[in-house]
Structure formats: C-alpha cells, structure tokens
Ligand binder design. Structure first.
Ligand code: AHR
Length: 496
C-alpha cells in the first residue's frame, strides 16, 4: 500500500511528559527477588542490587517506577518491610499465593530507585487497610524527623526523608480478585477520606484514584463516575490499566490494540470531565495509565492454581517481534493523548511481563519490547505533534476498520529536531510512506523493528536476535521524504 503524512510543528497536542515513560516493580514472581535484587549474584552491589539490571533500566530510559503492587499491595503491611532484615516477618501474600520474607522493602526500593535514577511512585494498601496506615506510611516516608514514624525511619538508618511526590490510592479495587475488593461507593469514600488526610499532611502530593481494572469490566466508566463524584477535587489522576494479547489467534485485532487504549483514554477523560462539569469544578483531571503491556493471559492459569513458594516463576512471557510492534504502537497511543495522560507505567520491569529478563545467578537481557520503549523514551522530546496518516484500513474483528498506519511525532523546539514514530500494522505487505516535512529538515536516523520471522524472540542464549536495524528505502526530494515500512513493523525516523 501507499500512505502520506505531514509533519508540522504548528499542530501541537501537548508537551511530552517525562512520566509517560514509567514502569512498575511489584512483589510478584521474580520481579524483585532475582530480578532487581539478588544478593550473592556476581554482579550484585553491596546492597544486593543487580548492577547488570540497573544498567539496563537506565538504558531503557525509565523515569518513574510504581511500587510495591499491584494486587500484592492490597494485602501488604509496609511495616513488615522496614527495620533490621533479621527481624522482619515472613508473610503469606494472598494475591499471588507466595511466601514473602520481606527482606526487600521500602528503604531498599528507595535505594534502588536512587541508583536507577527514577522517581518512586508508591501505592497504598486500601484493600485490607485504611486511612491510619496510609498516614503512618506517608509520615515514615516523607516527614523529616521528630515524630514517631519519621524517627522510626531514622532509627532504620535513613536520615533524610524520601520525599515521594506521587501516591496511588490503592490498586484495582473494582476487581473481585482484589483483597479488600470494594463497591464504587465504598472505594470512592475511602479514596476521598484518604486523599483529604494526605493533602492535609502535604497539599502538594499528587494522588491517583483507582479507575477500572480494564475496559471489559462490567462497571467500566460507571465506577470512575461514582468514585470521582466522591473524590474529584481531592485527587489529581484517575488510573487506567490494560493488557493485550492475540486471544483466539486474532492477530489483526492484537496489532490494532491501540484502538482499545485510545478508546479507554477518551472514555475516561470524558467521564472525568462530565463529573467535573456537574461539580462545577475548575480542575481538569489527568489520567495515569499505570499498568499497560502485552500479557499472554491464556498462559496463566489463575492465582488459585499456585502453590505457596518464594518468588516463583510467574507470567515470564517471552516477547516476539509482533509483541514489540504492539508495545511500540501503545507508546504511540500514549503520546497521541499527551494532553490527557500524565503518567504511564509499562508493567512490569523485570521478569514478570517485562522488558528485562534475568536468570538467577546468570545473565540479564533485553526482550524485543525493550527496544521500541528505549528509543521512544530517548527521542520523544518537546511537544507532541498531531499526525494523521492518510492510509488504508485493515478489517479487525474487535475494532472494525483500523488504520494500517499508526503514528505520532515530537518536535523539540530547543534543537529543531522532529522524531516520527510509526507502525505498519499490515501483515500482508510493506507500505510506501511519503512524508511532507518543514523546510530545512533532513533525515538523520532511520531505524526499524521488523523481521521475516515474526515469532523471533530474544533469549538468554540469543539475547540480540531481535534488535532495531537500519531502515530501508529512504530518499528525500526537497520537502518530501519517502521510505518503506515493512509488514508488521515499528519504525523511528529522526529529522534535524
Ligand atoms: O501486573 C500484574 C497484575 O495485573 C497486577 O498485580 C494487577 O494490578 C493487574 O491485574
């Protein structure tokens, strides 16, 4: 097929928010233990943190990391994870039917976050706990000293407060699988009262209320409306979560997953704006897409099937070329909605549906999905531009006619550089793309993620089987650039 698009710095959506390139570390499977933390590993530092993983996290360009869950947080006592490690209790984690010995906790995570150069985003347990425990945790974490909780932190060897700015008011409390699952009315009230108290502690904290666990929940959008009726003026973000896989082998719908993410963002923004209008509020809430990724749910047989054990191998999905193209297209979707989405977290960071895989005592490597994330985080700078490709459509069972190309671009006014990110969803052939450019720009880099074998993946033995390679077919005639996008591909073209 052929397609055209125009890059024009005057058509701006909004600034690229660095917090769009977040990720997520949950006490689940091997994300923490033998993922980011493995004392005794040949490459562990004095804190038991894997320096090979830290190096990859920095290369990935992650900016903010949500912790400690996830479903895990809804039955977690943060106090179990602080103080002398030998005194910490072992607990049953009911979310993942795992044994948690708590040798990694809040202060270890903050030390890791400082070394990784990321902002911490803390989740509170509003499942089995409430306002009092949330206040204790915030006092322990953020108050300088001279009070019971802040002095406890200092007694634990952390003199300066961690000053965490971003807090999640629980996790997926609309889901019946969640420990302490609630109705929208129950959660809305709890979220509002917790937020009121936290803002009394520090009015500048940014708070995220839980939205729906996914767009298929029976209460999708109704949950958000009811929660926000109670908490609108007290919170700063409402959360969204979404995981995609080619269910029943429907690859065309899978490749068009951005259509669902886009629909979710528009629906929840509209729901929030409706509540804001009813309440005569002058505030406009932002969205926190704080869990998103490809997740082969069909390979997971549910929490009840799990035996009690320490850091079992859970949902260690191996990602292929198609998965990387979908992840690239979801990043494009987030950028296209940069005026509403203020935070986004790829779930998760290590081993558990993750861009980084490790073996205990062994290597760490980049999965295929690592690459579109790292390149987008590195080169999406400045303002997001409105890009509307003129292209063919592809019929999909789930989303109707989906555009064959999915694209976004950013313009950095400081350098004049434009970065174009584009996916060709077509499985049946390449696309010849013609780009209209502002005067004076020329392509300086053209990389693509594509492969004759769409099921190719990176493994411990072949960690660089799937990597971005130089794109082909690029030529320029004055203000027109043409290039070829291979079938099922993700590409970046930088102009300077
Ligand atoms: O990321 C895995 C799980 O997915 C999280 O614990 C939960 O919040 C979501 O359902």
């Amino acid at each position: 097929t052929t397609a055209r698009l125009t890059l024009d710095p005057s058509f701006r959506i909004g600034p690229v928010e660095p917090r769009l390139f977040g990720s997520f570390v949950e006490h689940m499977g091997r994300c923490v233990y033998t993922g980011i933390h493995e004392p005794g590993h040949p490459l562990a530092d004095a804190d038991g943190l894997r320096t090979d993983v830290l190096r990859l996290v920095r290369e990935l360009g992650v900016t903010v990391v949500r912790y400690p869950g996830g479903n895990f947080v809804s039955n977690y006592r943060w106090e179990d994870g602080v103080g002398p490690v030998g005194d910490r209790p072992a607990r049953l984690d009911l979310a993942w039917r795992s044994l948690e010995d708590n040798r990694f906790g809040l202060n270890e995570f903050m030390a890791w976050a400082a070394k990784a150069g990321v902002e911490p985003m803390m989740a509170l347990n509003l499942g089995t706990r409430g306002v009092a425990e949330a206040l204790d945790l915030v006092e322990y974490t953020n108050h300088p000293g001279g009070t019971r909780m802040s002095d406890l932190r200092r007694a634990h060897g952390v003199d300066k407060p961690h000053d965490v700015r971003l807090w999640c008011l629980g996790n997926e409390l609309d889901g019946p699988w969640q420990m302490g699952h609630k109705t929208a009315a129950e959660y809305g009230r709890l979220a509002a009262e917790t937020a009121r108290a936290l803002k009394r502690f520090d009015p500048n904290l940014s708070l995220v209320a839980c939205g729906s666990s996914n767009s298929g929940m029976p209460t999708f959008a109704a949950w958000e409306a009811e929660v926000l009726e109670a908490a609108y003026d007290l919170v700063d973000y409402i959360s969204l979560h979404a995981y995609y896989d080619p269910s029943d082998g429907d690859v065309d719908s899978f490749l068009a997953s951005g259509a669902d993410m886009d629909h979710m963002i528009r629906s929840i923004a509209a729901t929030a704006d409706h509540v804001g209008a009813k309440l005569r509020s002058g505030r406009r809430l932002k969205l926190s897409f704080d869990e998103w990724n490809v997740w082969y749910q069909s390979r997971f047989h549910g929490e009840s099937s799990l035996e009690w054990s320490e850091h079992p191998r859970l949902i260690e999905d191996t990602y292929d070329v198609t998965d990387a193209v979908v992840v690239g297209s979801l990043l494009i979707t987030l950028l296209r909605n940069a005026d509403r989405v203020g935070v986004a977290c790829l779930a998760q960071l290590a081993n558990v549906i993750a861009p980084i895989r490790t073996e205990p005592g062994g290597p760490a490597w980049r999965q295929s999905i690592f690459h579109p994330f790292a390149l987008t985080a590195r080169h999406a700078r400045g303002e997001v531009l409105r890009v509307e490709p003129d292209c063919a459509t592809i019929p999909t069972a789930k989303y109707g006619e989906a555009p064959a190309l999915w694209a976004t671009a950013t313009h950095d006014a400081a350098t004049g550089e434009i970065s174009l990110f584009v996916v060709n969803r077509d499985r049946h052939g390449p696309c010849a793309l013609e780009i209209a450019l502002p005067a004076g720009l020329r392509p300086v880099e053209h990389l693509e993620l594509a492969d004759d074998d769409l099921s190719a993946a990176n493994t411990a033995d072949a960690p660089d089987r799937v990597v971005p390679r130089a794109g082909t077919g690029l030529s320029q005639a004055e203000r027109r650039v043409t290039l070829t996008l291979p079938p099922v591909s993700w590409s970046i073209v930088r102009f300077a």
